[in-house]
Ligand binder design. Structure first.
Ligand code: FAD
Length: 465
């Protein structure tokens, strides 16, 4: 259905962007055949990689792509764990990294205007230097770019209190699949003026438009903060802490859960050993306040709730705990390069049931793969990391598929969905088509067809048209 990238396409791209920003030598193509995906089955070489330097140049690339019927995969830092940034249909990989300017920082009105290629950690640090908070905080913030966060509606460690990326954005500038430029949203507290198109583009994983600029919300930075590490030796008790915390109205900033497999793997990886390394599940809870007395009061209450819920130790957590949490994914890669990352999301009150039920299923079935469990527990978002270990490719495929054929319908029966933050990408596309309500899926496909009639932008992601 697509044409190959010919000499004519290359010349058109070089004329639009300059020769130095269009590359098609084997070494460069090889670099962009994957994102964070380590399983070679999912890798795919692009035919050309381009680095536009402005919104107008991004629009020009889209016009060329439509004219020659060549697909385009937008790419920020390539930290996608769902094969979102892989050019599964070949064609052009469009990198946003040259669009990295901070355009405006307004301390008074508490907003920041940035280009899509600005690094998330740079935005966080800039805000914090001025006593403000940019509340988007994916664990990959040191490497990912803001456009990638908006495209995937990234979550992370602070979502339980502040929401996901879509809650941090006032306005976006978008290049449509056909190469038009539009600003969507506004620096408004409320807006009932027609369809909420900015929210449609956010989280659409680069299938409905390329984000080139964003106006981000900033918040006052709470000056008082404490992290608690609650250690449990009984998984059942650990998972009951979350509903107890929410009910108590403590409004925590983070509630992060690691099972003992993750505790051991990541502690080894970081060369750190904290209490109950051998038998503990860890829950990290962060509380932030604007008032010191309030912090002390909340800490007392938190300690009590953790102990009542069955914690064997409740410790003040320092940076070592967050290092262990942040390195979980890398730690499992050191054990097995081949793995599947689940990103299931269920209603918060169902997280305990979900972890218990699916862990029990894996045990009963006696699967040969290793199951590690991590959760942004406060927002009902569960990451199962399934590691291949010692088994044949065929066993691996059969066992993971069987586990998913039990887990996914179960999650939907709880009112959950396939992805809480990583997105569907190419990797979960078959499951998306299988488990999404037929009418809902048709509406999504109709929207895609209306905005991108040539199916040029990021084809092979989310669903097939
Ligand atoms: C160690 C690690 C920890 C992680 N932790 C978290 C976490 O806590 N929370 C979380 O949500 N995710 C997490 N992720 C996943 C990943 O970091 C996020 O999905 C992130 O938002 C991707 O940003 P990126 O800049 O790398 O985008 P990419 O990976 O380059 O792209 C992601 C998707 O967005 C599209 N895209 C990229 N830029 C644009 C744009 N400007 N306009 C339109 N479409 C675009 C791409 O085509 C692709 O489909 C983690 C990943 C790793 C490796």
């Amino acid at each position: 259905m697509y044409n190959k990238v010919t000499e004519e396409v290359i010349v058109a791209l070089e004329t639009a962007l300059g020769k130095e920003h269009v590359k098609y030598d084997a070494e460069v193509l090889e670099k962009y055949k994957t994102d964070e995906e380590t399983d070679a089955h999912y890798h795919h070489l692009p035919e050309v990689v381009v680095w536009p330097g402005s919104t107008a140049e991004v629009a020009e690339v889209m016009k060329i792509a439509n004219k020659f019927l060549v697909p385009v995969t937008p790419r920020s830092a390539g930290t996608s764990v769902s094969c979102g940034a892989i050019a599964v249909c070949g064609g052009i990989v469009l990198l946003l990294e040259r669009l990295d300017k901070i355009i405006e920082f307004n301390e008074e009105a508490m907003y920041m205007v940035v280009e899509a290629g600005a690094r998330t950690s740079v935005i966080q640090e800039l805000a914090s230097e001025k006593g403000l908070l940019y509340a988007g905080d994916p664990c990959s913030s040191d490497s990912c770019l803001i456009g990638g966060n908006i495209a995937t509606n990234a979550g992370g460690n602070k979502a339980v209190r502040y929401g996901t990326t879509r809650d941090q954005v006032y306005k976006i500038e978008v290049v449509t699949p056909q190469g038009e430029v539009v600003e969507l949203g506004g620096r408004l507290k409320k807006n009932s003026t027609g369809y909420c198109l900015e929210q449609l583009i956010m989280g659409s994983e680069g299938t409905l438009g390329i984000i080139t600029k964003a106006t981000l919300k900033l918040l006052p930075l709470a000056p008082h903060k404490l992290d608690i590490l609650a250690i449990f030796t009984d998984l059942n008790k650990a998972v009951t802490l979350v509903p107890n915390l929410i009910k108590a109205g403590l409004n925590p900033t983070s509630v992060e859960f690691m099972d003992n497999n993750f505790v051991r793997a990541s502690s080894d990886y970081c060369e750190l050993k904290l209490p109950h390394y051998d038998d503990g599940c860890y829950i990290i809870v962060t509380v932030e306040t604007f008032n010191e007395d309030e912090l002390e009061e909340k800490m007392g209450e938190l300690d009590e709730i953790c102990t009542e819920s069955g914690a064997v130790e409740v410790l003040e957590a320092d940076d070592r705990v967050w290092r262990i949490r942040r390195n979980c994914l890398e730690a499992t890669r050191a054990i097995s390069l081949i793995g599947a990352t689940d990103d299931l999301v269920v209603p918060v009150d169902q997280i305990a049931n979900c972890i218990n039920h699916l862990t029990a299923v894996a045990e009963e079935k006696n699967y040969k793969f290793k199951l590690f469990t991590l959760a942004h527990a406060g927002d009902g978002n569960l990451h199962f990391q399934i590691l291949k270990g010692e088994m044949t490719d065929e066993e691996w495929e059969n066992q993971v598929n069987e586990f998913h054929s039990i887990a996914y319908p179960y999650v939907y029966s709880l009112g959950g969905r396939l992805s809480g933050e990583h997105g569907i990408g190419a990797k979960k596309l078959p499951a998306m088509e299988k488990y999404t309500n037929a009418v809902e899926l048709k509406i999504m496909k109709d929207i895609k067809k209306a905005l991108d009639p040539n199916n040029i932008l990021n084809p092979g992601k989310v669903f097939n048209v």
